[in-house]
Design a protein around this ligand. Structure first.
Ligand code: IMP
Ligand code: MG
Length: 192
């Protein structure tokens, strides 16, 4: 059996690719180098905001040549559709003690800014030595909270995107690229 024998291919649901697989891979190497240079000679705690950041973080940390500790925080800012809930909720907290250490918080995408604003405020209270943020995507939109990330993979237009960890109703995270869904799939009746 080859992969061609499977009827389902999530790529068939994509209308337009915004960032392709090769471009992501190349940019991740550059981002990794930026992070390596920034934290040279230091120890770093990497905190992934899951589920969205899992693919990005898994690939990015393999470009790092500094000692790291990894932990995850689970935040709910979107329910099962492309509509934000007002205040992001922390569903699962980290286990690491961040006091006195360098912390890099990683998310898939910076959109309204409310998720990263909420999470960084929470971690600052743990008194880390430093706190920076890294996002794969920075959406060109009006933020509801002013927020800029320290490390950015790509700046993208104001569209709802899926793939490479980003979901629509928990689907499409497995796509190797980032793209916009076909319009008829953006709000299928069975998910609303
Ligand atoms: P913010 O709090 O509005 O900045 O949104 C950040 C969170 O919303 C991210 O962690 C994503 O999970 C989700 N999100 C925002 N825009 C998109 C998108 O275009 N596709 C998928 N998820 C998104
Ligand atoms: Mg999401």
């Amino acid at each position: 059996m080859t992969t061609n024998d499977f009827a389902y291919n999530p790529l068939d649901d994509i209308d337009q690719i915004i960032v392709d697989e090769e471009t992501i891979k190349k940019r991740l190497k550059e981002l990794g180098e930026e992070i390596n240079r920034t934290y040279e000679g230091r120890d770093l705690a990497v905190i992934a905001i899951i589920n969205g950041a899992i693919i990005f973080v898994a690939d990015l940390i393999r470009e790092l040549r500094i000692p790291i500790q990894l932990d995850c925080v689970r935040i709910s800012s979107y329910r099962d559709e492309a509509k934000p809930v007002q205040t992001p909720e922390v569903i699962d907290k980290i286990r690491l003690d961040l006091k006195g250490i360098d912390v890099l918080v990683i998310d898939d995408i910076l959109d309204s800014g409310s998720t990263l604003a909420r999470v960084t405020e929470m971690f600052k209270a743990m008194q880390p030595a430093s706190l920076k943020t890294c996002v794969l995507l920075d959406k060109n939109t009006t933020r509801s909270v002013p927020f800029e990330a320290d490390f950015v993979g790509f700046r993208i237009p104001d569209e709802f995107v899926v793939g490479y960890g980003l979901d629509f109703a928990e689907r499409y995270r497995q796509l190797p690229c980032i793209g916009v869904l076909r319009p008829e799939l953006q709000n299928p009746p069975e998910w609303s």
